[in-house]
Design a protein around this ligand. Structure first.
Ligand SMILES: NC(=O)c1ccc[n+]([C@@H]2O[C@H](COP(=O)([O-])OP(=O)(O)OC[C@H]3O[C@@H](n4cnc5c(N)ncnc54)[C@H](O)[C@@H]3O)[C@@H](O)[C@H]2O)c1
Length: 380
């Protein structure tokens, strides 16, 4: 007998869809799990839109006020898929109501908010996780296993990029549906919280904590019309950010993100260089992990491109899907996170990244933005 986990989803946008797909698929592909998500209720401000979403995806009911959703007795877990400025209030209310929480990233607008959210979930003792989903790309999880095995030896360098090009047009407004990412009041920051937060989360996971940072940011287009006022207003987000850092393990880090790299849509790449081996990964080719192993026979040394699709236990998560050689994609990372969350409920263990783990990323983001302000090194 499976146990129901009744989901209350807030938001029906990009993430509302990816998560719902995860809830719907997980029982088919992870049938051994004790808990099964039930699409109990979906919530957004527009009744027509949330009803259409609920009908399309199979939610049993709707709410137009998130406080009512959180107050319902028939909701076990609240999923927060709304702009960043709403995460704190919703998460604290959900924790106080004793609900489990699955919150989108970045955890909050800044680490002060994040601290309050951690205190709330820890006081309530409710299971919580943050959707840094790239940890659950099988090739990235494999990278984690390889790093943890010690195969790389001492780590010298970690570098990551997240490059896009969708805000180059100066006529693009800020604020409102879809464009809240350009409005600092809703997003907190620009590429730092939106894109680098992913790179930082993976880096902390793979290579341990970051001690200090020095950063530069740029806002290339200084004013844009705000959708809500119709007026040109100052743009306060960072359009681009680059930072260097020291990791606690003595390695050096180099990170870059922008929405002005013409030709790049979502080029998240990472590379880690150790004494004996290096690893490289690219979101545009997400099922491959590139590996260079200096311990290989000298004449055959070179970069290998490992197709991470074997299902005999060699490659994480892949025994749940098809046959070797057939790859999976972006949406599966969310199925994996749902599966890991359900497993954590069974085992009574935290599902990382927890709010507390995600707070660490938030602290690095804060230090990056502070460093870019006064051009100095900042301790994290
Ligand atoms: N993990 C990832 O890779 C990833 C990718 C994209 C976005 N995100 C994060 O997910 C969150 C949502 O982003 P998105 O791309 O889905 O945004 P989106 O603009 O597509 O959707 C936002 C949703 O929030 C709803 N909403 C806004 N205000 C609301 C309110 N007061 N009450 C109820 N609903 C409200 C909107 O109706 C909309 O459905 C953000 O925190 C973002 O940073 C994470």
């Amino acid at each position: 007998m499976t146990k129901p986990l009744r989901i209350g989803m807030i938001g029906y946008g990009f993430m509302g869809r990816t998560h719902t797909n995860g809830y719907k698929r997980v029982g088919d592909f992870f049938p051994e799990l004790e808990y099964r998500p039930v699409l109990q209720a979906a919530c957004a401000r527009s009744e027509d839109k949330i009803q259409a979403f609920a009908d399309q995806w199979g939610y049993a009911s709707i709410e137009t006020d998130w406080r009512k959703l959180i107050a319902r007795d028939d909701i076990d877990a609240v999923d927060i898929c709304v702009p960043n400025n709403l995460h704190k209030e919703m998460a604290i209310a959900a924790a106080e109501a004793g609900k489990m929480i699955l919150c989108e990233k970045p955890l909050a607008l800044n680490s002060a908010e994040g601290e309050e959210m951690c205190a709330a979930v820890e006081k309530a003792g409710v299971p919580n996780t943050v959707w840094y989903n790239y940890r659950r790309v099988p090739a990235v999880t494999l990278a984690k296993h390889i790093v943890d095995s010690g195969k790389l030896g001492r780590i010298f360098h970690y570098r990551a990029n997240f490059l896009q090009d969708w805000t180059i047009n100066a006529e693009l407004p800020q604020g409102g549906a879809g464009l809240w990412r350009l409005d600092a009041a809703a997003a907190g920051s620009g590429v730092t919280g939106d894109l680098l937060a992913h790179c930082i989360d993976t880096a902390l996971w793979l290579n341990g904590s970051i001690s200090n940072v020095t950063a530069m940011t740029e806002t290339f287009i200084k004013e844009r019309v705000h959708t809500e006022t119709g007026q040109k207003q100052k743009v306060s987000i960072d359009d681009a950010c680059a930072f260097m850092c020291h990791f606690a393990n003595g390695s050096l880090g180099l990170f870059e993100s922008t929405r002005y790299a013409r030709g790049h849509k979502a080029l998240y790449t990472l590379e880690i260089n150790g004494e004996f081996a290096s690893l490289r990964w690219d979101l545009h080719d997400l099922h491959r992990l590139e590996v260079f192993d200096y311990k290989d026979e000298p004449a055959l040394r070179g970069w290998k491109s490992v197709h991470v699709t074997d299902n005999g236990g060699e490659h994480p998560y892949m025994d749940k899907w098809w046959v070797p050689g057939l790859q999976i994609g972006y949406e599966h990372t969310f199925v994996h996170q749902v599966a890991d969350f359900l497993k954590s409920l069974e085992d009574g263990t935290p599902c990382s990244p927890t709010f507390r783990d995600a707070l660490e990323t938030q602290k690095v983001c804060d230090a990056v933005l502070a460093s870019a302000q006064d051009h100095s090194w900042k301790n994290v």
